[in-house]
Design a binder for this molecule. Structure first.
Ligand code: BT5
Length: 324
């Protein structure tokens, strides 16, 4: 059963334009008037602005940009994604935490989000700099009925979702650099890390990690990435609400995920290719230390990158080194 907090928030969401009396809340949620008062105080402490008018009741007039389970769920109209949110002011890595929760049986759609990560990670244990509360550091637990070979498709699916949502929210073109980066111009703004726990042909769970630089200025980046990274703020001059961005991502994620489960990979392939970084441009790449040139053409169902060589042959690259 949902917590009292969740239920009171749901009630306010359903009555967004009206005042709710303490009596009405107490009756609808079957809790005492004192419990209502306590919950309202908790919401205020969380940064909600609550207007209270004697004889009329309470109305929430604004939600804070402080991440919490409450603020993220406020107005979030998803069906299964983000019904449980674990928020941490500081954590080693949301990815590590989400994996641990998944092993303990956390349901499909559970989210782990943090303001700061002290040991954020990228692929192959690379470091992901996220020791600041100006980005989105988030992991999603998924339990799809898919085969292990399909795991890379989730990275491509999430890349497509992020490119679409971030482009819409910022009005700048956010492109997907194969396999798991999001780029604005020639700078990395976000990265995706998909991890899987599987056995033979059964996927037990997937954890999709999303890291997005949102409000950092360039000087806040670690020196090792200062010439390679950007944030939404650097690219546009605007400061963004992390809550609104996360909610938009979750809404779009839920819808696109459902489409993917129903319709398969083809629609994603098309959308991915429309937003691909350097599509139809020539790059140099190395496979087994062999240097080659190819034109980026798209992706194939198993997640490989398709390049067209000078002799017009199309080659599928799985783990090539690419000089972008
Ligand atoms: C990624 O790996 O890009 C995946 C990043 C996933 C991060 C999320 S945050 C929430 C969740 N919890 C975690 O612990 N991780 C996930 P990869 O393609 O391996 O890229 C790593 C490389 O990106 C590093 O070697 C740096 O060069 C660069 N990098 C590190 N931090 C960055 C940042 N904040 N912005 C841009 N580039 C960065």
């Amino acid at each position: 059963m949902a917590s009292t907090r969740d239920r009171i928030i749901a009630l306010f969401v359903a009555n967004e334009d009206t005042y709710l009396s303490g009596q009405a809340i107490s009756e609808q949620l079957n809790i005492s008037r004192t419990a209502v008062w306590k919950q309202i105080n908790i919401l205020k402490k969380d940064g909600y602005q609550v207007d209270a008018i004697p004889n009329k009741g309470y109305r929430i007039i604004s939600t804070p940009d402080k991440l919490s389970e409450n603020t993220l769920q406020w107005g979030l109209d998803t069906k299964w994604l983000g019904k449980t949110i674990h928020h941490y002011p500081t954590i080693d890595s949301t990815q590590t935490k989400a994996n641990a929760l998944a092993y303990e049986g956390a349901p499909h759609g559970t989210i782990v989000v943090a303001d700061k990560q002290e040991a954020g990670r990228g692929r192959m244990n690379r470091q992901w700099f996220s020791d600041n509360n100006q980005g989105i550091w988030l992991s999603i637990i998924l339990r799809p009925s898919v085969l292990p070979f399909q795991a890379p498709q989730f990275t491509l699916l999430v890349g497509t979702i992020l490119a679409e949502v971030l482009t819409k929210e910022t009005d700048v073109a956010v492109k997907i650099k194969w396999p798991n980066d999001l780029f604005i111009g020639n700078y990395k703004v976000a990265g995706i890390l998909t991890e899987m726990q599987a056995e033979q042909d059964t996927v037990h769970h997937l954890v999709v990690g999303i890291g997005i630089n949102v409000n950092q200025t360039r000087t806040r980046f670690d020196t090792s990435i200062q010439t390679k990274a950007t944030s939404l703020r650097e690219a546009t001059g605007t400061i963004y609400s992390r809550i609104i961005l996360i909610q938009q991502i979750l809404r779009s994620f839920e819808a696109e995920y459902e489409n993917f489960i129903k319709q398969g990979f083809n629609p994603i392939k098309t959308k991915w290719e429309q937003r691909a970084y350097k599509l139809n441009e020539w790059v140099t790449y190395y496979t087994n230390n062999q240097k080659a040139e190819g034109k980026i053409k798209g992706i194939q169902e198993d997640g490989a990158l398709l390049v067209e060589r000078i002799d017009k042959q199309i080659t599928a690259l799985y783990s090539a080194e690419i000089d972008w």
